[in-house]
Structure formats: C-alpha cells, structure tokens
Write a protein that binds this ligand. Structure first.
Ligand SMILES: [Zn+2]
Length: 54
C-alpha cells in the first residue's frame, strides 16, 4: 500500500473523530442515527477507529 499523502491523511484521519474501540465508533453512529450508513474502520495512521462518511 502506498503512503497516503498529507491530504489523504486529513481526509481519512485528521478531520475525523477518533474512537478508542470499534464499539465506541458504532455506538456513536447509532446515537447519530446513521449506523446503517456508516461503518467503522481501524485507521492505519492513528490506530484508532473512525466512521466511514458514505
Ligand atoms: Zn486516524
């Protein structure tokens, strides 16, 4: 896998909220009412979890 550019890093990591666990991320999606449209992924950059923004 190629190294993400600074901009890609911002898009997939820096600008997003971080969660300590997958459960935390999914709970947050649930609370926001978007759990069906979001998935949690383990970020290779910060090693925390983020939600996809689809
Ligand atoms: Zn991250």
């Amino acid at each position: 896998m190629k190294k993400p550019t600074r901009e890609e890093r911002q898009r997939m990591c820096t600008r997003k909220r971080r969660y300590r666990t997958q459960g935390d991320a999914l709970d947050a999606a649930l609370l926001a009412g978007v759990s069906r449209r979001r998935e949690a992924y383990l970020c290779p950059i910060c090693r925390h979890w983020h939600l996809t923004s689809r």
